[in-house]
Design a protein. Structure first.
Length: 81
């Protein structure tokens, strides 16, 4: 049985650097620096749209919405606070 067939889903975090590496691998003529710049520009555009309208919808990917939340007390478990 494969991991995808089971009931438990494996949560994987996609980092900015991993995304830039994927862009670099998929576009052979692109430098690593250019791939990183493309990745950064995409995120900057998403952030700008969120600042402007409060929501962004990426087709076949998902939606992002800015929410207002009340402040909460931070915790530092290392210091016992």
């Amino acid at each position: 049985m494969s991991d995808q067939e089971g009931c438990e889903k494996q949560i994987r975090t996609l980092t900015r650097s991993a995304l830039a590496r994927a862009i670099y691998r998929e576009c052979p003529g692109l430098s690593r620096r250019a791939a990183r710049r493309i990745c950064d520009e995409v995120f900057e555009e998403i952030i700008a749209c969120l600042d402007e309208s409060g929501s962004v919808r990426l087709r076949q990917f998902g939606s992002f919405i800015v929410r207002k939340k009340r402040a909460r007390v931070g915790r530092n478990y290392g210091r016992g606070v």
